[in-house]
Design a protein around this ligand. Structure first.
Ligand code: PMP
Length: 382
């Protein structure tokens, strides 16, 4: 029997060439071949973050480690931080900031919406070392206006550093780190980069690096200290051996394969492909009368779709969708966890997966007309 396709918002389906790269025999982390691979991968990541002046870090761990790698190095006890909160991962960012001693102000909009520019402006006007933004909050499917928020942080020559959690966005959702003047962006391997889980990625621009160098208190986390990882990343890029903590060699080889694919396609073309796939899926969902969690089109993520169960339907739907061929995810944000479900559409090639997923949803709901599939197909072919 064919296996069900993985349509959750990470981990995602992984391309065969990436999986094959990962299955190559494990090599030493200071072998010439691996040094070349890691060096090329780091260089290639500048195109993924669209940050020619960024310093990429690739460290073994999940996205949560990437969040901590971003925060721990710029926050010192007592610093004020503003969190633009659009769901579950905004709250997690606030927790990490507090753990590192920050005084945190959380700014949030209504459920399914983004914090208003006026509310954010008021919070930033009180002064803040850091503004954090979750580009796409995977619990609500809400897309934050990163460019506009980052511009606020620069208003009135504020020195506020901008940290973007791009875990559910980078390589799927338009994001230009240097042009939008984002100081730190973090992501993980298992979402739009379409690599198995296990790598934390961070891109650090000069202003954040200066703040790190100027800090008085030592970084509270040993494993997260940029000072220990920076010489390693620089050495690999200069094609020299170095060691601090053993890199996840097979995952780095896989990541490099994905980065090569992204370069071959072009990052803009990749964003456009994700956009087209997402629009087709959302057209299918609308045709089925399923309501989305984000309240307006402009706050809807491209990388996933977050929806409420139709009237009279509960989470048992998930099992029926899975049995019909597509694995989708339940709700995550506690207030809507039992009422919502989520479909990720990151990394995939085109419409095959979308039609199969919509068909599985229709089967799970007992809909025989194929209305969702037809609407998605029509949208795709427009
Ligand atoms: N931030 C966002 C926006 C996420 O979607 C996730 C994972 N779903 C994380 C952070 C945490 O990543 P991980 O589960 O890999 O630790």
């Amino acid at each position: 029997m064919t296996r069900s396709i993985l349509m959750i918002p990470g981990p995602v389906e992984v391309d065969g060439d990436v999986l094959t790269a990962m299955a190559r025999p494990t090599v030493g982390h200071t072998s010439p071949g691996f040094i070349e691979t890691f060096g090329a991968c780091l260089q290639g990541l500048r195109d993924v973050f669209v940050a020619p002046d960024g310093q990429p870090f690739v460290v073994a761990g999940s996205g949560t480690l990437a969040m901590e790698l971003a925060v721990a190095n710029v926050i010192e006890p007592g610093d004020r931080a503003v969190v633009a909160d659009c769901g579950y991962f905004g709250a997690r960012m606030a927790d990490i900031l507090r753990r590192h001693g920050a005084q945190v102000q959380v700014v949030r909009g209504e459920l399914g919406d983004v914090p208003s520019l006026a509310d954010l402006e008021a919070a930033l006007a009180k002064g803040a070392k850091v503004l954090t933004i979750t580009h796409v909050d995977t619990s609500t499917g809400v897309l934050a206006p990163v460019k506009e928020y980052a511009a606020l942080a620069r208003n009135a020559s504020r020195n506020t550093l901008v940290i973007v959690d791009g875990v559910c966005a980078v390589a799927g959702q338009e994001f230009r780190q240097t042009e939008w003047d984002v100081d730190v962006c973090l992501t993980a391997s298992q979402k739009a980069l379409a690599v198995p889980p296990g790598l934390a990625l961070v891109s650090v621009r000069p202003r954040a690096m200066e703040a790190f160098k100027a800090r008085k208190a030592p970084v509270a986390s040993y494993y997260c200290d940029w000072g220990l990882w920076l010489p390693i990343m620089q050495a690999y890029e200069a094609r020299k051996p170095a060691y601090f903590g053993t890199p996840a060699v097979n995952l780095v080889v896989a990541l490099n394969e994905s980065v090569k694919q992204i370069k071959a396609e072009g990052i803009e073309a990749r964003w456009a492909r994700h956009h087209k796939v997402s629009a087709a899926f959302k057209a299918g969902i609308e045709a089925l009368g399923i309501r989305q969690v984000p309240v307006r089109e402009d706050v809807r993520a491209v990388t996933l779709t977050t929806m409420y169960y139709p009237e009279g339907v509960d989470s048992s739907l998930l099992g029926r969708i899975s049995a019909a061929g597509a694995v989708v995810a339940g709700g995550l944000l506690p207030t809507i966890a039992g009422k919502s479900f989520r479909v990720g559409h990151m990394g995939i090639d085109g419409m095959g997966e979308i039609l199969r997923t919509l068909s599985a949803i229709e089967q799970g709901l007992g809909i025989k007309t194929g209305a969702g599939v037809a609407a998605a197909q029509a949208r795709w072919m427009e």
